[in-house]
Write a protein that binds this ligand. Structure first.
Ligand SMILES: CC(C)(COP(=O)(O)OP(=O)(O)OC[C@H]1O[C@@H](n2cnc3c(N)ncnc32)[C@H](O)[C@@H]1OP(=O)(O)O)[C@@H](O)C(=O)NCCC(=O)NCCS
Length: 159
C-alpha cells in the first residue's frame, strides 16, 4: 500500500493531458479492452472528455496520489444503469490506489444500485470492485476495440 494520501477532487481542464497519457498505455488498453478505437487520437479523446464533463448525469473525480494526478473515477448512465468506471496511471498500479479511490468515491455518492462491467480476464479490476463490495450478478459480451474481437464481460452490482 502506498503511504501517500489518495484524494479525489473535481476534474479540471489541466487534468486531461494526464488522462490522455494514461490511456495511451498498451497494457492498460489490453486490460480494459473496451477502449477508444484509436487511443492516440487526441481530438477524439478531448471531444469525449468535454462530453463527459458537460453531462449532468455523470459524476467524475480526479484521483490524486499526494499531489500527482494519477487517474479518474466516475459513474455514468450511458447504458441504462448507473455504472462506475476508472483508469489509473500504470506507474501506480498494485499499490491499492484504485481500491482507495473507489472506496472514497462510493462514500461520496448516494446512487445505488451501481453497476460495473469488466472483461472477464481483468483480474485487477474485478478484485478492486469486489474489495469495495460489488458482487457478480451476470455476464454479457461485446466488441472490445483494444482486442479487435468480442469478449465476455462480468457484470457486478453494489446495492
Ligand atoms: C484495474 C486498475 C484500476 C487497478 O488499479 P490498482 O491501483 O492497481 O488497483 P489496487 O492496487 O487497488 O488493487 C488491485 C488488486 O487486484 C489484484 N490483482 C492485480 N492483478 C491481478 C491479477 N492478474 N490476478 C489477480 N489479482 C490481481 C491486486 O493484487 C490487488 O488485490 P489485493 O489488494 O488483494 O492484493 C488499473 O490496473 C487500471 O487502471 N487498469 C487500466 C484500466 C482498467 O482496466 N480500468 C477498469 C476497466 S473495468
Amino acid at each position: 500500500m502506498n503511504q501517500q494520501a489518495v484524494r479525489l477532487r473535481d476534474v479540471v481542464e489541466a487534468d486531461l493531458p494526464h488522462f490522455f497519457a494514461h490511456q495511451l498505455d498498451p497494457a492498460a488498453n489490453q486490460m480494459a479492452a473496451f477502449t477508444a478505437k484509436d487511443p492516440t487520437d487526441q481530438a477524439v479523446f478531448l471531444k469525449h472528455w468535454r462530453k463527459v464533463m458537460a453531462d449532468p448525469g455523470i459524476t467524475v473525480q480526479t484521483i490524486l496520489l499526494g499531489d500527482a494526478v494519477v487517474g479518474y473515477v466516475l459513474h455514468h448512465n450511458w447504458f441504462g444503469n448507473p455504472e462506475v468506471s476508472y483508469w489509473l496511471d500504470r506507474r501506480v498500479w498494485g499499490q491499492g490506489v484504485a481500491t482507495a479511490a473507489l472506496g472514497t468515491f462510493l462514500q461520496q455518492t448516494a446512487v445505488r444500485p451501481l453497476h460495473a462491467r469488466v472483461v472477464m480476464d481483468n483480474a485487477g479490476s474485478l478484485r478492486v470492485l469486489e474489495k469495495c463490495g460489488f458482487v457478480r450478478v451476470g455476464t454479457d459480451h461485446g466488441f472490445a476495440q483494444a482486442r479487435g474481437r468480442q469478449v465476455k464481460e462480468i457484470i457486478l452490482r453494489l446495492d
